[in-house]
Design a protein around this ligand. Sequence first.
Ligand code: GDG
Length: 482
Amino acid sequence: MVAWKRGRNLIIVTNREPYVHTYADGDEISCSIPTGGVTAALDPVMQDVGGTWIAWGSGGADADKVDSGDRVGVPPLRPKYLLRRVWLKKSEVRNYYYGYSNEGLWPLAHSLLSKVRFEKKQWNAYQSVNRRFAAAAAGESADNDVVWVHDYHLTLVPGMLKKQNPSLTVAFFWHIPWPQFDVFRVCPQHKQILAGMLAAGLIGFHIPRYCRNFLECVGRTFGEEALRSPTMPRVESFPVSVDFDEIETRASGADVAAKIAGLRDRYNLHGRLVACGVDRMDYTKGVPERLEALEILFDRYPRFRGRFTLLQVCSPSRTELSEYRSVKKRVRELTDRMVGRFATEDWTPVVVFHRKVPFETILALYRMADVGIVSPIADGMNLVAKEFIAAQVDERGVLALSQFAGAAGSIENALKFNPFERDSFAECVRTALEMPKRDKKAMIRRARRELKKYTVFHWVREFLDATLEVASPAAGGANTTH
Ligand code: GDG
C-alpha cells in the first residue's frame, strides 16, 4: 500500500494514541480506538509497514498493559507494530496540553487573538513534555530511521531529535491553519517554535495558503536569506482526506439504514427536510453561527417552520477550558431560544446531541440529510465535509460549506458561504433546501467523483514519498515494498 524503503524504520509521534486501554467494569480492561480520521488512516499504514508509534498514554489502564519499556503491541488481537506510551503528570496535562497547546497555539493558529493566552509555566511544561517525546523517539529509533511528528503539541520535537541523532530523517505535519506573521508573532516563543520545526526535512500543511503564511513567518523572523539556506526544509501542501471506500461501505450498511429509520421515528421527521452538523464542541466550528443563521431562515421564510429540522452532534471537547464551556452554554441558549420560538407539538427546529455518538449514527445523519452544514470560522481542513460527501450513497444531500474551512479549496461542488454574514449563510441553506433534486444529484455526484480520486491513503502515500525524497541515502538502499 505504501512504498517504503527497507532498512529504515518508521516512527510516528502524535499527542493522542491510536489505542486506549481503560478499566471498563471493575478489573476488566477494554481497548478502544479513538475517533478521528488521521489516527484511523495512520493505523493501517503502521500495520502495513511496522514500526513504532509514540504517543501520550492517556487511558486509565494504559500503564497496566505496557512492558518494562512502556511498549505494547497493537492492534491488541494481532499485534503488527509497537505503541510506545509517554506518561504525563496531571500538571503537565494542564499546562502542556490544555494550557500552551490549546489556550495558546490553538486559538493563535485559528487567528482568534481574543482567546489567546500564554503563560510562562505553560511554556516550561510544553518544553519538558516535548523533550520527553523527543527522548522517546530517539530511544525507539536507529540511525537513518524516519520519524513523522504531528501537530502543534509537538513543534519542538524535530529540533530536539535532530540534536540527539542528526542521521534521522524527521518530517512534520501541521493539522490546523497557519496564521499570518502579524498574528503568529503574538506567541512569545514564536522564534523557538519555528526553529524547532525548521529542523525537520519536510513540513506539510493542508493547503498552499498555510505554507505561504509559514514561509512569511520564517522570512520575517530569521530574515529572507533563511528561506534560501541549504538547511531550509521542504514546505509543501498535502490536503488530508478520508477513507472513501470504508465510509461508503459502512454508510450503505443495514445498521445505518435502521438508525435512519429510528431517528426519523424518534424526532418525527418522516416527510420532513433534515440538515445535519457534526462537530467537536469547539468555538472554531461555527455552531452558534449556524444556529443564528437558521433562526434567520425560520424568521424570514416561515414556510420552513414545521418542515425542516437540524440534527446537530456537538461531541464534548476540552471541557476543562472555560472558552469551551462557554461556547457550549451559548449553543444551549440558542437552541432553547429557537425551540421556544418555533417548536410545535409535533415538530422541533433543532436537536443537539451534546455527547459523543457512535460513528454509525454519524453516518446515518450524513445519509439522511438533505443538507450537510459545515460552518467553521477557521479550520485546517475539516474532515466532516469530506465524510459527508463520501456517505452520500443515495446521491441526495448537498454540502453547505464555509469558505474558511481548508476543505473549501479542494471541494468545488458545494455551496459556499461566509459564516460571519448570517443572512447570506441563511440564504445558502435555503438554496440548498430548495435545489431541484436532479441538480443536487448532479452536484453531489461530481463531488463524490472528485473525492474518490484523493483519499486519506493518497495523503499518507504522498507525504511519505516526499519524506523519502528528502531523506539522506540510507544503508539498505532504494528497495521498495508495496
Ligand atoms: C483537526 C483539524 C483537520 C466528531 N464528533 C464525533 C466524531 N467526530 C469525528 C468526525 C471527524 C472528526 O471527528 C473531526 O474531524 P475534523 O477534521 O472536522 O476536526 P478536528 O478534530 O478539529 O481535526 C481539522 C483534522 O485535524 C485532520 O488533519 O481536518 O481541520 O482541526 O472524523 O466524524 N466521531 C464519533 N462520534 C462523535 O460524536 N464517532
